[in-house]
Design a protein. Structure first.
Length: 753
């Protein structure tokens, strides 16, 4: 595990198997897919190199430590194509065995280049504000936007659009009385129509002959540097009032979210194409008018649930057309490298299931809360603008990830916040997983936490002999716009091992990373969950787990007593047990919006964060010890202890009945009870530390045993005992316990085929 973690720390990559079989058939028998969790912008220690990389003429691969170098003839051999290439003159002049460029130093398997010949310019932030809110909630939202203005660079371009029944595009360059352009919320505007109505393109032959407005002039009207328009923008925000078209009794607000998003995309398409931009949508309810409508105007018409979506009945009558509308908008954003962030705050469903596609395909952020005054939104929104040690925003734009592999390895696809660019190559597999059929993906919005699941297969179907000296190479090339305005290229090159000895699986078993494997399988299951039923997916998970245990466990046929899993596999069955019970597969008691939010968040997180979502982390506090990890089981609940549960989306501090009673009597405020005071405070401090750097910010819950809020803890515990036993509460559930699950797993694994 230490080796796997160090690889992730150095290169941002973590493979499920670090030793691969030499044939496709053998790789299928390994059950857990060959793949990796890759974080393209994982922080690295070496500084960006201010020059262009040296690339292979045939494959385009970048010079790396695994290249063979002939120092006498000044040639290097690409490990992917075996093509010999000349070093450029400025390399060849100084390169020796003792004077190596950074690319050839063994420790620099990941290196970043600052491309001096390309400039993107500062980022663009377009605020799109829903005004169908009550005044208090709107004031909280305006306050958060004003605070964000102090966090973005002065040269960043900013713009503002507000919408309710109609869409208002605000001019920031007008002096005196502010001006805005109105769009009707019921009408579907094409991109040329939006640009013409905003005056971004000349209208008619006469104006075209005069030249009309230039893109620079158009940009100045609606998008200006923050340093020049901050006062005007704050004034417009201050004057912004709730939508004047008040809703009638028994009806929802008239909200044209689909039109507002379309107008915002049309504005950026003309003014800042192919430039790093964020469209930040602040939405307080479901779209009810115009294209992209999700809900009926009448409150008596309930919004769709999972059963409605399965049957596509009357309640889900808007879903198909809405998804089509937002999918087209997402395609336009991908084409122009623009990001769509969704900040959704409402007590009811909001339509996230339909329009989350815009964030999924562009790498946008998604926050789901109850109100804009809640810390879940306010703190999460601030963290978008986090800065690095050099004072630059920790965000990248217009990223493109390309993967090059050895000829024995094929790329199946990627699952995450990315979009396939449909670029073909000999090493692109015919089978597709997630965004497949390509070796390149677009990631419009990227940050140091963005992680993709990449899946591979062996393209050697008949176990043709592979030389003992040969090793599989994989190179990840990420080109993106840095928030400073520079273009950068991050290159990560990794090498694995082939397993040639078919008589023993011990080396392969020893190379298994169960954490990365569980993360890759969880992404596969969640991706399939969008189209398949949960029961079918759980059946697939169960069969896969049985096959894995049958292949790698030590046992005697039809005997369970001597069953033993190697250390590299001991946690994997637990991960699968909790994945089956997780909100990624179990949609009961979750709305479609919540399910979409959970799945989207998991699809973009690192291995560590993914495992917390699958199997929550439980810590116990008592007078015998502070902060000790305990089993995620009802046995861990005691009257005289405190539990801290971290599910990633919620952080729960749970007090036992005795502890709660002493607290209510105020013992922690009395002299001589300092230890009890520390006992109460320690889990609070640890909870704050766990939430300090997380996005989105989790919901923080403090509860007592046998009280209603304790359900957040009970829902995640393994029901090891069906009846009340001492301190252990009774949990009524149809789920089997982990012990019963493991017993059945062992019994089925040792059965003869």
């Amino acid at each position: 595990m230490d080796t796997f973690s160090s690889n992730e720390e150095r290169d941002g990559v973590r493979f499920s198997w670090n030793m691969w079989p030499t044939s496709k058939i053998e790789s299928i028998k390994m059950v857990v897919p060959l793949g990796c969790m890759f974080t393209p912008l994982k922080p690295i220690q070496n500084q960006p190199q201010p020059y262009h990389p040296v690339r292979c003429k045939r494959t385009g691969s970048v010079l790396n430590p695994f290249c063979q170098v002939d120092f006498r003839s000044k040639l290097w051999t690409c490990p992917f194509s075996l093509q010999r290439n000349h070093f450029p003159p400025h390399y060849a002049q100084h390169i020796t065995e003792t004077n190596l460029p950074a690319e050839l130093i063994p420790d620099f398997t990941t290196i970043e280049y600052k491309l001096p010949s390309r400039k993107a310019g500062p980022p663009v932030f377009l605020y799109v504000v829903d005004t169908c809110l009550d005044k208090k909630d709107l004031d909280e939202l305006k306050d958060s936007i004003n605070q964000s203005l102090s966090l973005i660079p002065d040269d960043s371009l900013v713009g503002l659009i507000s919408f309710g029944r109609m869409v208002h595009v605000h001019e920031l360059s007008s002096e005196g009385m502010p001006r805005s352009y109105y769009f009707r919320g019921h009408k579907d505007y094409s991109a040329p129509a939006v640009q013409e109505l905003l005056g971004l393109v000349p209208k008619g032959r006469r104006q075209a002959l005069k030249g009309g407005v230039t893109p620079a002039d158009a940009t100045k009207r609606f998008l200006q540097p923050k340093s020049e328009c901050e006062f005007a923008l704050e004034q417009i925000l201050e004057d912004l009032q709730p939508d004047p078209w008040q809703r009638k009794q028994g009806q929802r607000h008239q909200r044209c979210t689909g039109v507002a998003m379309s107008v915002a995309i049309g504005l950026l398409e003309m003014t800042v194409p192919k430039r790093g931009s964020r469209i930040m949508m602040f939405i307080g309810g479901p779209p009810t008018v115009g294209p992209g409508t999700v809900a009926d105007m009448k409150l008596s018409e309930v919004m769709r649930n999972h059963t409605d979506l399965k049957q596509m009945n009357k309640n889900a009558r808007y879903t198909k057309k809405a998804i089509e509308h937002y999918s087209k908008l997402a395609d336009r954003c991908v084409k122009n490298c623009h990001v769509v962030d969704l900040y959704c705050c409402c007590l009811d469903q909001i339509g996230l299931h339909e329009f989350i596609v815009c964030a999924e395909r562009t790498g946008g952020k998604v926050v789901l809360g109850d109100s804009f005054g809640q810390s879940v939104f306010k703190d999460s929104f601030k963290r978008i603008f986090k800065k690095d040690a050099n004072g630059h925003l920790e965000m990248g734009f217009a990223a493109t990830l390309e993967i090059l592999t050895s000829r024995e390895v094929s790329v199946l696809g990627a699952i995450g916040a990315c979009t396939s660019l449909k670029k073909k190559a000999p090493y692109v597999a015919d089978t597709e997983i997630g965004q497949g059929g390509t070796y390149a993906w677009s990631i419009a919005g990227i940050d140091p936490q963005t992680t993709l699941g990449i899946y591979f297969e062996i393209s050697n179907p008949h176990a043709n002999p592979i030389a003992q000296t040969n090793r599989p190479h994989i190179q990840f090339v990420t080109t993106y716009q840095h928030s400073s305005g520079d273009y950068r290229m991050r290159v990560t090159t990794v090498v694995l091992q082939w397993h040639h000895d078919k008589s023993s699986l011990m080396p392969v078993a020893g190379s298994f990373d169960q954490c990365a494997g569980a993360s890759l399988v969880a992404r596969l299951a969640s991706d399939r969950g969008r189209k398949e039923q949960a029961q079918d997916i759980m059946r697939w998970l169960d069969r896969s787990l049985i096959r894995l245990c049958s292949k790698f466990a030590q046992y005697e046929k039809d005997r369970t007593e001597n069953f033993h899993l190697p250390g590299e596999f001991t946690l994997y069955p637990q991960f699968m047990f909790h994945l089956r019970r997780s909100q990624f597969l179990q949609v009961f008691n979750c709305s479609p919006d919540e399910t979409a939010f959970y799945r989207h968040t998991m699809m973009s997180k690192t291995v560590a964060d993914t495992l917390v979502m699958i199997q929550p982390y439980l810590v116990g506090y008592s007078f015998q010890g502070l902060g000790e990890a305990v089993q995620l089981d009802t046995d861990s609940m005691k009257n005289d202890n405190i539990l801290l549960l971290d599910t990633f989306f919620q952080v729960v501090v749970h007090h036992g009945t005795t502890i709660a009673s002493w607290r209510d009597q105020g013992y922690h405020k009395k002299p001589g009870h300092e230890n009890f005071k520390n006992l109460l405070q320690q889990p609070i401090d640890d909870a704050q530390a766990a939430m300090s750097d997380r996005f989105p910010v989790p919901r923080f819950i403090v509860c007592d045993q046998n009280r209603s809020q304790a359900r957040f803890l009970l829902a995640k515990l393994n029901p090891s005992k069906p009846a009340y036993d001492g301190d252990t509460p009774q949990i009524f559930t149809d789920d089997v316990s982990l012990r019963v699950f493991m017993e059945h797993l062992v019994k089925l694994s040792v059965k003869s085929s």
